[in-house]
Design a protein around this ligand. Structure first.
Ligand code: BES
Ligand code: ZN
Length: 628
């Protein structure tokens, strides 16, 4: 296990010489790892990438090339790319006259999580480096789905998930958020399927299976994305729309009818949307995340298609990343809260415009509950309960992140309350504008805040406990209080139920998904079987949407209520969203019988999960393997 990636030096590399001449060649200096990447952003950085890929569903590989234009700032004689389980076939250099020749390159030793450096010798006049490569079955950033795992059950499907450090498993790249580049792509797929990227996208299937993409704005590697499947498009407005399988696409269009309004609300805060089009791709249920902010094309779990439009604030979140994250990008993963915290804050502001303040507050209250659950697990004194978090070589997918989302949202709400909404909104707008297409560190953010808000008035700065918010675990005493009358009403029904009122006797009129979540999350556990039966008969939770089941199933598990187990098994077999299945496995793992049952289901479910979900659940069900 890697303790401190930054401190690790790669063993000296053996030089592979591809040129036939006998002259002595200098050894390639082994790269060090910084922020999970071998790249040296200050020395030589990629400024543009052209990729050419063939998508092979029979063998589950991508084959092709990635060609890079360089910005060789330090007149470096070597460029280091990140790779993870890639098969590098050949590297070609092109000089400023357009002459090509084979490059000398080395694929170094592998580090866990980080992969192998691809070090290529370059010359002062090298303009372009082209890497010919193939992915392997081990690619962690790609999931290949069988037809059975899709809504239509007829066609295979594949998609990528690059954040945080998985782009390197499907394209060699300088895989650090500190480097941005524009890109184009030629992608060839089997006839009848549609290909989509985090770029300008097609709206119809290409008969010959050839697609051409262009991303004109510079993006960091973690925003590279590709999806291929039986996919259709529906517009929801002049610059917004949805993509999904034919079986889902109209439901998705109904659920996301407010995209255009959301965009207007977001632009009021962040300034004009700079990416042209905003579409959402609703993926099959194995997608490991709620959503991923791939530019121009958010990837989303089908769970958001709840049928009552009550989970669309997840899309407000991904849309908000068009400013916080995609425009102003965390410079290192330690600064992740700058991506996710500002995004959660803007998400709630969008909720407020579209659905009212109370609705936004209910979302925040659900968020605080998730935060408390995580903090109970990791301990409230953990440094992971600070906004700035040292990742220290840990797997970024396994670092606890609720502070980056929900604590940061409280922090930014506190800033808004203290400065007044008008002043704060002005600051926000200026923050996005003046750092557009740049990276941001926590230190630089604090400097910017001091310069632009506090003008050297350190007493006022200190009074707001800003350093405590950012660097210390826990919630400082000046946190805003959040309450909701609608949730009070839900809580009254919980109290009534506890006092013996039957399920049908409760007043649940007009409740949407998030109110049911509040209700189910706070039921006493374990409940007697008869009461669970009463609830399930009245409200059919066993067949409710995934968000409601996520809150219902812990009661089934706590009571070992057998009639609920078929639905539980079905849920674990069909849903791959990590945040939805992991807590359920954790509940099961609390008892020996539960653990045994969970391992049985997991054996069947695991092959269908994304690698990211697999890693998370492996740790829950087989903790003894962690130490190896
Ligand atoms: N950027 C994140 C997803 C992510 C985080 C991927 C860290 C890899 C590493 C995305 O914007 C996100 O936050 N998704 C959330 C949904 C959101 C509404 C809280 C998720 O997937 O649960
Ligand atoms: Zn996010």
């Amino acid at each position: 296990m890697i303790r401190n990636a930054a401190a690790i030096l790669v063993p000296v590399l053996a030089l592979v010489s591809l040129s036939s001449c006998a002259k002595k060649e200098a050894a390639i200096t082994p790269p060090t790892v910084e922020n999970y990447s071998y790249a040296k952003p200050a020395e030589v950085a990629v400024s543009h990438m052209d990729i050419d890929l063939d998508v092979d569903f029979d063998n589950h590989v991508l084959t092709g090339s990635a060609s890079f234009l360089l910005d060789n700032k330090a007149k470096s004689n070597v460029i280091h790319f990140d790779t993870w389980a890639l098969n590098i076939r050949d590297v070609v250099l092109e000089d400023d006259q357009g002459n090509e020749k084979k490059a000398r390159f080395v694929v170094g030793d592998s580090l866990e999580l980080i992969g192998r450096p691809l070090s290529v010798v370059i010359e002062p006049n090298t303009r372009r480096v082209t890497v010919h490569y193939r992915t392997t079955a081990a690619a962690r950033g790609v999931q290949w789905l069988t037809p059975e795992q899709t809504a239509g059950k007829q066609h295979p499907y594949m998609y990528t998930q690059s954040e945080a450090i998985h782009a390197r498993s499907w394209v060699p790249c300088q895989d650090t958020p500190a480097i941005r580049f524009t890109y184009t792509a030629n992608v060839h797929v089997p006839g009848g399927l549609m290909a989509l990227m985090s770029a300008e996208n097609p709206r119809a299937v290409a008969a010959d299976g050839n697609y051409r993409f262009e991303m004109k704005q510079p993006v960091p590697s973690y925003l590279l994305a590709l999806a291929v499947g039986n996919i259709q498009y529906r517009a929801t407005g002049p610059r917004t729309g949805v993509y999904s399988e034919p079986e889902m696409v109209d439901k998705a269009k109904w659920e996301l009818a407010d995209l255009e309004k959301m965009m207007e609300a977001a632009e009021k805060l962040g300034g004009p949307y700079r990416w042209g089009q905003y579409d959402v791709l609703v993926l099959p249920p194995s997608f490991p995340l709620g959503g991923m902010e791939n530019p121009r094309l958010t990837f989303a779990t089908p769970i958001i298609v709840a049928g009552d439009r009550s989970l669309v604030s997840l899309i407000a979140h991904e849309m908000a990343h068009s400013w916080s994250g995609n425009l102003v990008t965390n410079a290192t993963w330690n600064d992740f809260w700058l991506n996710e915290g500002f995004t959660t804050y803007v998400e709630r502001r969008i909720d407020e415009v579209l659905y009212g303040r109370e609705y936004a507050d209910m979302q925040t209250m659900l968020g605080i509950r998730d935060l408390n659950e995580e903090w109970d697990e990791i301990g409230k004194d953990s440094q992971d309960c600070a906004l700035y978090t040292e990742y220290n070589g840990r797997n970024p997918d396994e670092v606890p992140t609720m502070a980056a989302y929900e604590k940061a949202n409280l922090f930014l709400t506190m800033m808004e309350d203290s400065l007044g909404r008008g002043n704060w909104d002005k600051f926000l707008r200026q923050y996005f504008d003046s750092h557009a297409f740049q990276t941001m560190t926590t230190k630089h953010f604090i400097r910017y805040l001091k310069d632009n808000v506090f003008a050297e008035d350190s007493t006022r700065y200190d009074a707001l406990k800003i350093d405590e918010w950012i660097y210390k675990p826990g919630i400082p005493s000046n946190a805003p209080r959040v309450a909701s009358k609608r949730f009070d009403q839900v809580d009254m029904q919980i109290a009534a139920f506890k006092q013996g009122v039957s399920a049908k006797g409760l007043n649940t009129k007009g409740w949407v998904t998030i109110e049911w979540q509040r209700f189910l999350d706070n039921l006493p556990r374990p409940l007697p079987a008869a009461r669970l039966q009463d609830l399930d008969t009245a409200y059919d939770f066993s067949h409710a949407n995934a968000a409601i089941q996520r809150s219902w199933l812990p009661s089934v598990i706590a009571a070992k209520w057998e009639p609920g187990y078929p639905a539980l098994e079905n849920y674990l077999m069909t849903i791959g969203r990590r945040f939805f299945v992991r807590p359920i496995y954790m509940d099961l793992a609390k008892t020996p019988e539960g653990l045994e049952w969970a391992r049985g289901v997991y054996k069947k479910a695991r092959p269908g999960y994304h690698p990211m979900t697999q890693t998370g659940i492996d740790l829950v069900l087989y903790p003894e393997k962690k130490a190896e």
